[in-house]
Design a protein around this ligand. Structure first.
Ligand code: NI
Length: 137
């Protein structure tokens, strides 16, 4: 069976503060720089969701891209878009919102939600135009 990967890109904007609550403001600022600013800051995130499967005989699709978009919107985007990740996103509670931790929590939100025969293959999360993280579970 031929397996094909398809990717859908979604965008959202969110605020956060990356800091370790066990450390002083000075230590946080040393380690996390501007991302530790106590008064928050925002990013325009780009999330690329890649799923893998065998194209369906009747449609030629691994998965309908509209369904992929709706799934990611309902499980992730509507929770985080124009929100404060530290304060308003229940599934990020107690998690330092580095891009690395964030992409792993997004994975957990999505991995069990796909139709039979479709598997989450990879997430790529761009926090700025200059850096991204990749996660394959
Ligand atoms: Ni930041």
């Amino acid at each position: 069976m031929s397996s094909v990967k398809i990717t859908r890109e979604l965008h959202f904007s969110a605020a956060h503060r990356v800091f370790n609550p066990e450390w002083t403001d000075e230590k946080n600022s040393e380690v996390f720089g501007g991302c530790a600013n106590p008064n928050w800051h925002g990013h325009d995130y780009r999330l690329l969701v890649t799923v893998e499967g065998t194209p369906d005989r009747k449609t030629g699709f691994v998965m309908d891209l509209k369904d992929l978009k709706s799934l990611v919107e309902s499980r992730v985007i509507q929770d985080v878009d124009h929100r404060n990740i530290n304060l308003e996103v229940s599934w990020m509670e107690g998690v330092i919102p580095s891009t690395e931790n964030f992409v792993m929590e997004i994975w957990n939100r999505l991995v069990r939600e796909f139709p039979e025969g479709v598997e989450l293959s990879k997430l790529t999360l761009w926090e700025t135009p200059r850096h991204c993280v990749e996660y394959e579970g």
